[in-house]
Ligand binder design. Sequence first.
Ligand SMILES: Nc1ncnc2c1ncn2[C@@H]1O[C@H](COP(=O)(O)OP(=O)(O)OP(=O)(O)O)[C@@H](O)[C@H]1O
Length: 577
Amino acid sequence: MLIQKPIHLFQKYALPYWKSLSFLAFFVIAHSILSLINPHIVKFFIDTAVGGGAFSKLLQAAVLFFTIALFTQLFTICSTFVGKKVSWKSTNILRTDLVSHCLKLKIQDHHKQNPGDLTERIDGDVTALSNFFSNFFVTILNNVLILLGILIVFYVEDWKIGVLFTAFTFAVFLIINKFRGYAAPHFMKARKIAEETYGFTEEKINGLISIQKSGATAHMMNKLNVLLKNKLLTERKALMTATASHSITMLTFSLGTVLALGMGTYLFMKGTITIGSIYLIYTYSQMLRVPIEQISLQFEDLQRSSASMERIISLLSTKTETTKGEKSNFCHQAPTIEFKNITFAYEQNQNILHNLSFKVKSGEVLAIIGRTGCGKSTIARLLTRLFEHQQGDIFINGNKIQSYSIASIRNNVAYVTQELELIHGTIRENIALWDEKITDEQIKTAFKQLTIWEWFERQPKGLDTPLDKNTLSAGEAQLIGLTRVFLKKPQVIILDEATANLDIATEKLVMEALKKLLNGRTAFIIAHRLKTLYYADSIMMLEEGKLLEQGLRENLEKNPLSHYNQLLSKGMEEQLA
Ligand SMILES: Nc1ncnc2c1ncn2[C@@H]1O[C@H](COP(=O)(O)OP(=O)(O)OP(=O)(O)O)[C@@H](O)[C@H]1O
């Protein structure tokens, strides 16, 4: 999705709520008109009382005053309710769009941004837009109307007052906008330093154990102190500048009060206006402040939120996974998989895989071996389309990998690594991942087959126990990862050091259980341990991203000239370590 102009954001997310926006406009404008009426009633009250008017008239004026005040408050409540409704509904849809967009981003793009940055965009930047979505146009319209209303009343009372306050209004706008500009860069700087401080704290809290172990606590505290001192100085400067600007604005408005009272008294002395009119002019001169400030504030807010808009638009414009693919039906049986002349680099011009070609037959289990960093896991990442290869083709059952939808690939190619990604939820949710077809009984049977039944029996609430990664041993975490695959039964399975954290006896039992699962499926085993390879039909050996050797395991074992045979005789674990 490419949104070129910020106004498109308003059209896309706020305009669908045009009915609520119309109600909001009605409540806000009705509120303003009513608040403009009340000073007239007070003027009438004063003039009637001074002129010795009837008590019943004064009573009627008081009742009318109260009724209008009541409705004014009622409209305030209604406008707050509708305004919040529009701003939350529209921004929540934007938030949802951003989250769903982020979930589709290529892993490369995820790696470019830290999670804090994305959270700031999805929450901070979107929240900054809520006022623009719900209030900007309504508030501007409303305050322009109030401003015009007040000036018209001034002209009606006396044209000289009208001219004076028209000039005053222009002058105040100029002064406010001039001084407001001074504080903005200081606040920007303060926000940047705040972000730095939060980023530093988050990073260090995450790496708490390493910091304690390395004895770097004092060094970290010194660095934090420097950051906090910097934050204090910048924020103080920003606040002082803002306070100074505010004081100048307040002084200007005080000048307006002096003008109103002076001019009112002068005209009263001349007998042109009544004492009630002095009250009216004074009150309206005070009321002038709100629309002037509101209009300036709205434009200032628009300026501030335009930075947020830019960031949101740039995130939404980041291309998601390149080719989406049409085929949602993967294969009903284990597919053949072929890599043909694949070249791949994470960073430009630093090829990790070089013109790599190999084929895995339907139902074959291929073990990939090679030294650390030779590109074994990279093959898995390309096959699950976490990354896109730059040259060559990957075929699944003779069809290019790009022709399959991402969802069908992720549902049918299971990639189990050493690292277990846990979600915040119960054991059941973590295993079934909301697949309702997976029953509790199936989960429990899988636990027994995968030898984690004892661990499961210790869980106080059974499958409803919340799963906490910190309470799992590395081996238990791997077994939970394997249980997911065991229940999902995908057509392609990639085990990337998936049993590396298990003791040898447990690994043997787990591999026996996995052997049944791998039967009839196309599978890849990436491993450093020799024993794990006995479950493979064939072996592929890589060296610096190039194919060194591929063949049936039994043949390679028997061939004294094969690299695999030499590895076995010299001790593979030592050779590949
Ligand atoms: N996201 C990434 N960005 C840049 N380079 C990467 C990235 N992931 C891996 N690499 C680099 O690519 C090379 C191959 O990595 P890969 O994870 O495929 O190796 P491997 O053979 O699986 O290693 P191991 O046996 O240690 O798991 C390594 O040099 C690694 O540093």
